[in-house]
Design a protein around this ligand. Sequence first.
Ligand SMILES: [Ca+2]
Ligand SMILES: [Ca+2]
Ligand SMILES: [Ca+2]
Ligand SMILES: [Ca+2]
Length: 527
Amino acid sequence: MKCDVWQRIGWLMLNPRATLFPYSRKVAGGRHATRYWLATICALWSAVPAGSAATLVHDFYLPMPEAQLRQTFTALESNVGTTLDSVFSVVITGEGTVIYYDQWEDGYETDIANPTQSTTQIWGDGNNSNGIPPGYTNDPPSFPAGTVLTLRNLVPLPRNPANLLFDARDRMAATKALVVSRAAWATTPGTVLAGAVEVTATVDYGTSYISPVGQDMTNALFQYVGLMVMAEQDGTSVTIDTDGPGATAPFTVALNRGESYLVNGGVKKGGSVNATKPVQVNLVIGHVGAHYASDWFTLYPTNQWSDSYVTPVGTAANGNATFVYLYNPNAAAITINYSTRVSSGSFSVPGASGVFQFQMPQNSGARFTSAGGQKFFALSTAGASPSSDAAYDWGFTLLPEDGLTTEAVVAWGPGSSDGSQNGSPVWVTPVAATRVYVDYNGDKLGPLTDPRGQRGQFRERQTRWFSVGRLRGGQRVMGREGPVERRGRRAISKPRRLPPQLRRAPGRSGFEQLDLRDHRREPEVLI
Ligand SMILES: [Ca+2]
Ligand SMILES: [Ca+2]
Ligand SMILES: [Ca+2]
Ligand SMILES: [Ca+2]
């Protein structure tokens, strides 16, 4: 088994927009030095009052249908079986969360908060008769914050809707914010050909997306670039232009809610997706016939693009390169200022769908900011040296700097498919000197206490742009509330769609922003 899959999964489980990663580095004396990049800056305190169990504030359509995933696998390799091991990991971020799970196979509920189908399950209400969460004998009357539910089963293809499974297209809604991640692979050839992504809640869907990379780029990892579009509402018209402003004509597909369309390769940089109603979009790249090299990404809609991004993942200690690809949607070239642990400087990204490849230094994170405040987009491929992209490669979308949080959660860090390997690292990136607290198993017990009174096992003070590290696999690594913070921050920028339970609530819990660039506050972090 290749460890990159689990590294990928480890980081993705941690955060919906991926804030933290652990990463390990051997130092003199044989111990592992652990250094931290902090990725995050604001905090949302869960604000759902008691008695509002029927008000569902966070809604998901589980993306990347297994049959379409298999199509991407078979575009890359020839030995792909017809059974997929499908995983959705769910972190409960607020105590007392109740989750409603609606199977797509028998159609969706008219009102998921008032289900009429016997197949719809309700978890966390203490009532076994309407559903028991996976992994439980009895439905708990209240989930503790930090609870992880793993929805994992084998999905035989072609899909028979008579068999109800935990699979893509299912709908899940909750009374408080969830963190949801998606991973999958075919049992043949196994986890060597797999991927994982953070799952976007409907509140963060958009109507305009652009692929920052494409098959017109030379890196072999872009020999295949495809994407999946999933709709939130019936009657969504999606216009796809695989080369954006290029000569290829756009085409339009019609989707109902929970339906997914696969563009099975051929996407070029600047390829666009425009929809009449909100959709989510995932990107799949791969090196054809490499045995095995494929990465998945969650794209952000263009109205959520930023002028500044942070990444915690550097080139590996063995020299296997990590690249950042910066995409410029503007007509004119833009100047990007970068800062890493070892250097700073600037470079130009050509206009009109220009892409710049930046190679990360070893053991360093980075910040990229456009000099003129122009919006751009970026993703990273790690372990992606052109000569060895099949060994460790994985990838992720860069996190806008305003999405950084002070806490994050690893939802599912199995280490390996059977839990026997230590392969679920986490990277953390501070933008300023800080101290990071780690609770390795998320039980909130340990010898150290963070500034919020939460206990953990480890802390280390670090200066800006120093890398991170701590390998910890085969078990969960988790803190609490981190991904909620991201949600809260993003919700601030989109008040129109912000559910009341996630709005600032003066006088009780609400948003609290901690700016780690303000040294006077010296906030500390639990991961
Ligand atoms: Ca249903
Ligand atoms: Ca129940
Ligand atoms: Ca299902
Ligand atoms: Ca075109």
